[in-house]
Design a protein around this ligand. Structure first.
Ligand code: GDP
Length: 337
């Protein structure tokens, strides 16, 4: 891995060593480094990640998604504490594409997950404060690798159940847990089918008190509905569980299903899944990098606005415009009009 970049500079080497020792402050600094948009920081971040890559891959990577208010933070805190009780070391990250607008709706509020945040054996990191979904996803992916290098063995990535961010999370985790409210039928109408189809484990939260009966009805309805959907994975029907995050009940069942799924997949399929994710990530980086180059390049940046306008007004076909841009970038003469 290290062959592609220069040898680590002393500072990066020291930071890598501190992260590898499991130092949480070093880990926080390392994540700040990979989140930086400065070019020289990026070089250091690449070297840091290169140095730590051999230490990654050891965690169970779990995505957790659900609509605002369903109980994600309550669940993740309870689940994190449950995992600590098992002797595991959870790290919690977030992808929140809405955070630039709302000032951070997930994990942004310091009071969320206070008990878990206070525990030395856990690590919590809010969503990167700004950027496109792609940028936020990349930084979260890298933060996850750094957490693994620091010895955290369950990496939980939280996202708001609104659509695209689920896909981004599904692209970086081993499995996705979808939290649903105890409302049932009508609620299901409002939940995007695509999100349910990404889920590996469905969890009806708030199965307690007055909501217990509704939760159990909802679970039955979700179970019936899931049989109508395309399964996300061959050989696995997403189980529907009931939990009370508030009363910390049912968490062992969720952990057991995560274990059962991993067993069902087996080492080879899990490795293949992660390999596909890594290669897809490489291509997204290439595409993103090329796009940035095209926007900055002196041959292409001046012609882009005119071509975009032409495409928008229907005077120019998108394919012809794209070929013209690529041709200019590669120093070829534009194709005959
Ligand atoms: P998030 O927006 O998905 O992170 O949801 P929160 O974790 O902030 O929870 C939203 C509300 O639901 C809060 O008032 C929680 O106390 C409540 N809540 C969360 N989990 C449960 C639960 O298991 N049972 C009940 N009754 N309420 C819950």
């Amino acid at each position: 891995m290290g062959g592609a970049t220069q040898a680590p500079t002393p500072d990066v080497a020291a930071l890598a060593a501190a992260v590898a020792e499991g130092n949480r402050r070093a880990l926080a600094r390392a994540i700040t480094l990979v989140e930086s948009s400065r070019a020289d920081h990026r070089d250091d971040a690449d070297r840091l990640l290169d140095a730590l890559m051999p230490r990654t891959g050891g965690a169970v990577r779990v995505g957790i998604s659900g609509a605002p208010g369903v109980g994600k933070s309550t669940f993740i805190e309870a689940f994190g504490l449950f995992l600590l009780g098992l002797g595991r070391r959870p790290a919690v990250l977030a992808i929140d594409p809405s955070s630039p607008l709302t000032g951070g709706s997930i994990l942004g509020d310091k009071t969320r997950m206070e008990r878990l945040a206070r525990d030395e054996r856990a690590f919590i990191r809010p969503s990167p404060a700004s950027g496109t979904l792609g940028g936020v996803a990349r930084r979260t992916r890298e933060a996850g690798l750094l957490c693994e290098a620091a010895g955290f063995d369950v990496v939980v990535v939280e996202t708001v159940g609104v659509g695209q961010s689920e896909t981004a999370v599904a692209d970086m985790v081993d499995l996705l847990v979808l939290l649903l409210p105890p409302g049932g039928g009508d609620e299901l109408q409002g939940i995007k089918k695509g999100i349910v189809e990404l889920a590996d484990i469905v969890v009806v939260n708030k199965a307690d008190g007055d909501l217990a009966a509704a939760a159990s009805r909802a679970a039955a309805e979700y179970r019936a509905a899931i049989h109508m959907l395309r399964p996300a994975r061959a050989g696995w029907t997403p189980p529907v569980l009931q939990v009370s995050a508030l009363h910390e009940r049912g968490l062992d069942g969720v952990w057991a299903e995560i274990g059962r799924l991993r067993e069902t997949l087996g080492e080879a399929r899990l490795r293949a899944h992660r390999a596909r994710q890594a290669v897809a990530w490489m291509w997204r980086e290439i595409e993103g990098g090329l796009r940035a180059e095209l926007l900055a390049d002196r041959r292409t940046s001046p012609i882009l606005p005119g071509l975009e306008a032409g495409v928008a007004e229907g005077r120019l076909s998108p394919v012809a415009a794209a070929r013209q841009v690529l041709g200019a970038f590669l120093g070829r003469r534009p194709p005959e009009a």
